[in-house]
Design a protein around this ligand. Sequence first.
Ligand SMILES: [Zn+2]
Length: 435
Amino acid sequence: MDDLKLYGKNEKQLDSLVQTVNEFSDDIKMEFGISKCAVLIMKKGKITQSEGVRLPNQEEIKSLDDGDSYKYLGVLESDDIMSEEMKKNIKNEYLRRIKKILKSKLNGGNIITAINSRAVAVVRYSAGIVKWTKEEMRKMDRKTRKLLTINRCLHSQADVDRLYVKRSKGGRGLIGVEDCIAIEVQSLSKYLEKSTETMLIAVVKEQVLKEQRPNADNIMKEKYERYKAKELHGKFIRDTEDGRHRLTWDWLKKGIIKKETEGLIMAAQDQALRTNAIKKYIDKADISPKCRLCGDRDETISHIITECSALAQKQYKYWRHDKVAQIIHWAFCGRVGVKRADKWYDHEPEGVIETERYKILWDFKVQTDHQLEHNRPDLVFYDKQQQSLVIRALGTIHRDVPEWLKKLEMYELIGKFQQACILGTARILRKVLDT
Ligand SMILES: [Zn+2]
């Protein structure tokens, strides 16, 4: 038993109720927290001063003065719920917790989880009890985003709806104050409607929650659709729809990168970074839209990460392509028991590794009878016992995934390898890596 509230029609009845509770508490050896108790007498709807209530042991429960309040289950009340005071307290506590969380060294995923469970929960508790206005809730959400931006967790031009989309759908997974209250009020209403308790049935009859009840069922779906429909922000999510894989958002779901990095990647996907093309076509700046490095094409995020000739050799080949291939090579060596470095980044793949059972080729030109354009696959793994062959070719693309896969002509290519080169009768395991 925690907080207990007694109602009586008059002081006499109230006194009798208090004595009953006192007797019962004595029986079960529980004491009154007398300093936390108060009596409130209302006459004709107004708070009136009273003597308080005296217990048999002469302890006194004092009267609550006009203007004073008491806390019942964490909610400030007097003759009514003290909404304004509650709102002020909740807002301050909510923002205090967010600031504290953002100062922590938590990674991108845990920052959001911590905000949802430690800060948003403070607001959630008040849903259906404190009457928030739309503007008040939106103001808190705006303030939250501002704090995320100040703490370099969210790019100032990044998509707002995406911030609230679930991580499994490509968003950041933050729970907004407005959404949280709407969903909570809705579930409270559903709970009340199903209840068979007399008092709760009375609450439904009084329509306490009726006017606040929104249609909260589709909040998340609507946010996602709105984000996707946006001309610029939604371009990435639309362009990559066909090529998406169940692991595409794994990096977001795991959330193990730094909050700054997570924010930057998402801003790049939202076309929120001010590249020359964005400055020229969106901001209408009087500059050339061309790439600052190669000068050949428009400087878009897609150009920078996939097709800039000035970045191709070092940034793409060495820092991205070779490093990814190195991890796969290192992992495969580990799996088949070939000696490897402890850490993937210390691993130096050899051109050819051959054991009794396996043959691993790294960036190795394969001899073929027919002239093949792509005869230098990144990685070739051959299992002599199983007669299986895995050829890995890594690439990064930004759009038109199905087109790209078609162009690769993987099936034909693998067929030619099988027929012409190493193994004649090898069984092929086809695998195309996602981008
Ligand atoms: Zn370029």
